[in-house]
Ligand binder design. Structure first.
Ligand code: TPP
Ligand code: MG
Length: 378
């Protein structure tokens, strides 16, 4: 069986060498480069106070978000909506109602919900790869519109032209839904917001990711890079494709602080979001966050996932499932099984309505092929 690290809960493994704080490095460095905290360094290279582990240290001191009962319920509902939506999407694909590719987000729900629940919807933007249904649902967008997109209908969020892989909502500052993995960085608009740029463990091995990190750090761009490490890139396990499987360390060369997060725990992800988002909002430059998670289904609907054992998946489902984890917290906080069952029933109804809507909605007119292909501004 492939040894799954599913890290994020272990102690901080950063080496405190030349990137340690001046206090840690001793008086020699202190004498060389005392810097007033008020003066922003011209470039990251001049920042003698840079510490790769700085955010991780703060995170590990208090790594779980203190959610109110209402917030806990909200996280549960949103994660369950993604789960039930994706299960239904899988069925619709099986029935031939979804054409093209279809990549499900089952197992990874805590990542999108933990992070996006901390965004400022008026300012912050999101960009991601093709495994994007969950990120769209995290905005609270009507599931009908998303399901209609999957089935290529006019009522879909990209008017049926994007399908599963290319969903956009400029209204929500959600810029995709991209097939070319790893090219998901976003330029600074000087609007006070920041960009959450998701990519996978496989995408993280491409050169342009590091070109992007270099420029983002040099220009101190407000961006949080999130590696959704779901342990596989198509059929290749991380350990077989990545020389450095601790993706949060990969910003070291650019002086981008890293965070190692348990992506199966929505409260941890949300707490990490609080710390990382504060950092970028304060103009301190990019953060590289690794969320350790797992996808239960194959890479796409056409992948039988023969490269791993059923036991491996079952083990994660039984012991690490993000929805079961939040359910446990809710039950400990006074929710009842009946209450949670009623929520599930409601969500199933919403998803059935979305699927019915998608099935009966008309397809776009052929003329739609020529609209929104090139945009003047966005
Ligand atoms: C630039 C580029 N190279 C290769 C591909 C083919 N491809 C599609 S998905 C994928 C694996 C991506 O894995 P990962 O980044 O871990 O994302 P996950 O599917 O696990 O969410 C590859 C190599 C592509 N779409 N774009
Ligand atoms: Mg992956």
């Amino acid at each position: 069986m492939h040894a799954l690290p599913l890290r994020g809960t272990r102690g901080c493994a950063y080496r405190r060498s030349r990137y340690s704080s001046p206090e840690e490095q001793g008086s020699e460095v202190l004498a060389k480069a005392p810097r007033s905290k008020k003066t922003a360094p011209k470039s990251p290279a001049e920042d003698s106070e840079f510490a790769l582990h700085s955010l991780q240290d703060a995170f590990e001191q208090d790594s779980r978000f203190k959610a109110s009962k209402e917030q806990l319920l909200d996280f549960y509902k949103q994660m369950l909506l993604i789960r039930r939506f994706e299960e239904r999407a899988g069925q619709l694909y099986g029935l031939g109602l979804i054409g093209g590719f279809c990549h499900l987000y089952i197992g990874q729900e805590a990542v999108a919900i933990g992070l996006q629940s901390a965004l400022d919807g008026d300012k912050d933007s999101v960009i991601t790869g093709y495994r994007d249904h969950g990120h769209m649902l995290a905005y609270g967008i009507d599931p009908k519109v998303i399901m209609a997109e999957l089935t290529g209908r006019e009522a879909g969020i990209s008017k049926g032209k994007g399908g599963s892989m290319h969903m956009f909502s400029t209204e929500h500052k959600f810029y995709g839904g991209h097939g070319i993995v790893g090219a998901q960085a976003h330029q600074y608009n000087d609007d006070g917001g920041f960009c959450l740029a998701y990519f996978g463990d496989g995408a993280a091995n491409q050169g342009q990711v590091y070109e992007t990190m270099n420029m983002a750090a040099l220009w101190k761009l407000p961006i949080v890079f999130v590696v959704e490490n779901n342990q596989y890139a198509m059929g290749t396990a991380v350990g077989r494709s990545s020389a450095e499987t601790e993706f949060h360390r990969r910003g070291t060369a650019f002086r981008i602080p890293g965070m190692d997060v348990n992506g199966m725990d929505v409260l941890e992800v949300r707490q990490a979001a609080e710390i990382a988002f504060k950092h970028v909002r304060e103009g301190k430059g990019p953060v590289l966050m690794e969320c350790n998670t797992y996808r239960y289904r194959g890479h796409s609907m056409s992948d039988p996932a023969k490269y791993r054992t059923r036991e491996e998946v079952q083990d994660i489902r039984e012991h690490k499932d993000p929805i079961e984890a939040i359910k446990k917290v809710l039950l400990e906080n006074g929710s009842t099984e009946d209450e949670l069952k009623a929520i599930d029933k409601d969500i199933r109804k919403t998803v059935t309505e979305a699927a019915d809507f998608a099935e009966i909605s008309p397809e776009p007119e052929p003329g739609e092929l020529y609209t929104d292909v090139l945009v003047g501004e966005y």
